[in-house]
Design a protein around this ligand. Structure first.
Ligand code: ACO
Length: 323
């Protein structure tokens, strides 16, 4: 059977780093509160010349380099983002153009923080369905543009950045030992819209709007939703937590990551944590975490890796793949 195998990965971060202490003169907060409640120590914040498209392009180029490919080899780009450069066209098409690519096709995927997990699952279906052989899957965000910088309960939590994977169709045996995407489970429930949303949009206010979140409410649902969808993925693949080499969760809050891993029985040393470095970069958080764990030699070819995310909508999901 056809498998969607990871051939390369890459990342890009804005030049400017903002430490927790940098918020202390802006809103009533402290480094101690932010670290204790979230695990975040710093985040990158985009300058005017750094956009979702430019960061996405840089991550895509890094992923192509690591795959030993050029844009000519790619036939589909899926960009997961909630902070596109324009309402339309899709920022994926802008990245396609920046890469000098005038063949194939490109589109955006909007599932907020779950966007990258949705996009990998979608790319896998395009590959297995025969519509594409090599796919660039990108998560790129500039959440700094939609934050209310006077709201201490949200502005300290998010950061900007991008990450990307190149997936390629390869023949597999149909076994759990195959490389590539092995299982995926996706969920959403719009009943929770008001707990995490942006209060503007083209069809309502005609403005971009700002992120609004009832953090405590989101927290309350997160661990149960994450563990349910992961258990469904384990069931589909016929594995248990002990079989995993690496757990690469969405990086929103260290306490959510720790509680989820504990409930699932995933050993602490198998959990990739980068929330301290990047904050919550929404759809970019999982590929950014992957890039750190690949670069430092933790994730290696043949490792069994579980990706997971939960975010606005609510949306949530998990992808199991062998690197
Ligand atoms: N500095 C200091 N105090 C603060 C800050 C801050 N930056 N922000 C809030 N507080 C205060 C609150 O006002 C509150 O004060 P009060 O008790 O006097 O009312 C107190 O701290 C506690 O607030 P809580 O909201 O209960 O704090 P909690 O421990 O729940 O932590 C947090 C808040 C970090 C937001 C947490 O709830 C969380 O991580 N939620 C989930 C976020 C998440 O996972 N989002 C999902 C994905 S994001 C996406 O999809 C875009």
């Amino acid at each position: 059977m056809i498998r969607s195998v990871v051939r390369g990965n890459g990342a890009a971060l804005p030049r400017r780093i903002m430490k927790n202490a940098d918020f202390e003169g802006m809103v009533e907060t402290s480094d101690e509160w932010i670290v204790q409640r979230t695990g975040i120590r710093q985040r990158h914040v985009a300058a005017d010349d750094e956009t979702t498209a430019s960061l996405g392009e840089a991550a895509a180029r890094a992923a192509l380099d690591s795959a030993g490919m050029t844009p000519a080899d790619i036939d589909l780009i899926i960009l997961a983002t909630s902070t596109p450069n324009n309402t339309f066209p899709a920022t994926a098409v802008e990245i396609q153009n920046r890469l000098g690519m005038h063949h194939g096709f490109a589109f955006d995927m909007q599932a907020v923080c779950s966007g990258f997990v949705y996009a990998v699952a979608t790319a896998d279906l395009y590959i297995r369905g025969g519509l594409a052989r090599r796919v660039l899957v990108i998560g790129s965000e500039t959440f700094s543009r939609i934050l209310d910088w006077n709201d201490r309960s949200t502005c300290v939590l998010f950061g900007d950045g991008a990450g990307a994977l190149v997936l390629e169709a390869q023949e597999g045996a149909g076994a759990i030992t195959d490389r590539g995407v092995l299982a995926a489970s996706l969920r959403s429930d719009g009943a929770h819209k008001d707990k995490l949303f942006v209060d503007g949009g083209p069809s309502t206010t005609g403005t971009v709007g700002h992120l609004r979140m009832e953090g405590r409410e989101v927290f309350k649902h997160a661990v149960g939703m994450i563990t349910d969808v992961i258990e469904a993925t384990f069931g589909e693949a016929g594995i248990t937590a002990q079989d995993l080499d690496w757990f690469v969760p969405h990086q929103a809050n260290k306490r959510i990551i720790d509680a989820s891993a504990r409930k699932l029985g995933i050993a602490e040393e198998k959990v990739v944590v980068t929330v301290d470095l990047h904050g919550n970069t929404s759809a970019a958080s999982v590929p950014l975490a992957l890039s750190v764990a690949v670069a430092d030699g933790r994730i290696k070819k043949g490792d069994l890796v579980l990706l997971e995310a939960m975010g606005g909508g609510f949306t949530w999901g998990a992808v199991l793949l062998r690197w």
